[in-house]
Design a binder for this molecule. Sequence first.
Ligand code: GUN
Ligand code: ZN
Length: 437
Amino acid sequence: MRAHRGAMLHFRADPGAHADPASFEFFADGLLVVAAGRVAALGPATELLPGLPRDIEIIAHGDNILIPGFVDAHIHYPQTDVMASGGRQLLDWLKDYTFPTEAVFANSAHARSVAEFFLDELLRNGTTTAMVFCTVHRGSVEAFFQAAAARNLRMVAGKVLMDRNCPQDLRDTAASGERDSRELIESWHDKGRLKYAITPRFAVTSSEAQLQSAGRLAREFPGSLIQSHLAENHAEVAWVKQLFPQARSYLDVYDRYGLLRERTVYAHCLHLDATDRARMAQAGAAAAFCPTSNLQLGSGLFDLSAADAAGMRFAMGTDVGAGSSFSMLRTLAAAYQVAQLAQQSLPALRAFYLATLGGARALGLESEVGSLAVGSEADFIILDLQPTPLIARRTAQARTLAEKLLILMTLGDERAVSRTYVLGQLQCPPLHRATDS
Ligand code: GUN
Ligand code: ZN
């Protein structure tokens, strides 16, 4: 048993567009007690300290803020090496940069080395849980899950299904994709902290037979997750309309094949109509809002107000490598700017909700991660309020918690994440470099 002392913030509900103060708990001088990797107690330090064993180790975090680890609802680990490559729009970007980079993952040693780098980078940025695309290669999934298991991380991932409209060397078939996915689910889903996501890349690259097989897997393994891309780019939407003329909309394609239910995350959801959003809400599926990707590829602006009006759940994704940062703070800064461009609003408290509990809810993992509620897995980070001279200066002038959070998300990046704990153990910086544990 071990305790952490300092300012602490976590959420119990979505603060919404008006930042409902009942949605979060903040302790200016809080205590978080961790036992066996879980939160054993949380509250004001002065109330909890008298009831604790005298010799309990207490780690003091000074003026920093302890929050749950970030949850990234949409990211591609094999695209680490696609980041920052050129100003194309989606379909050209896939053909010219992404598919060639993903083809190299036929080599499992390469996949292992990228998976290791990727997970270390996530932890440096304070992201402790992510919903991750691998490549079409089965070995890319094995490599990812092995690396995640070695770090004891709560991760969701899946093998990309794609059997058409992509390079020959990146194609599976409906039959091989289904067989590989089933075997991967049986080997990895619910193994320790890992979960499997059935992963058709998008409607463009899967035949009807493959979408059918994905729907079959979703029914056979109801506890698994589903992830794909939806309505990101106008040319993509037009292509889907041509490929599936019988469907009412792009979303309806997935719906017809049984790929719309809870624990389903569709990245982007930019070009939806009101019927689509209502259907997403009714199904309990979530959108991953990936603002740096949407700006980088010129895809469009996520409509927060329309999502709220429909009751459509959404969470934050970096969408590395179309996205331009691993940092959830940089991602929140872009989200704020996207809202501003549309005369909408994203209060800082809501932004931090979306990056923690909101993400966990989208993934159906809110009982495990995303908050500091008693019983949760103790994945948390320490936010440094003085990581740069500028942030220190601006934070010293801030009066409220919301102001401090807005400064951090507007000006901050991984330098503002001073420590990342996984199941109560310091994971980043590595122990031998840290001054305490
Ligand atoms: N749509 C289909 N595949 C992808 C991908 O890898 N990245 C993005 N941003 N959109 C996609
Ligand atoms: Zn993506």
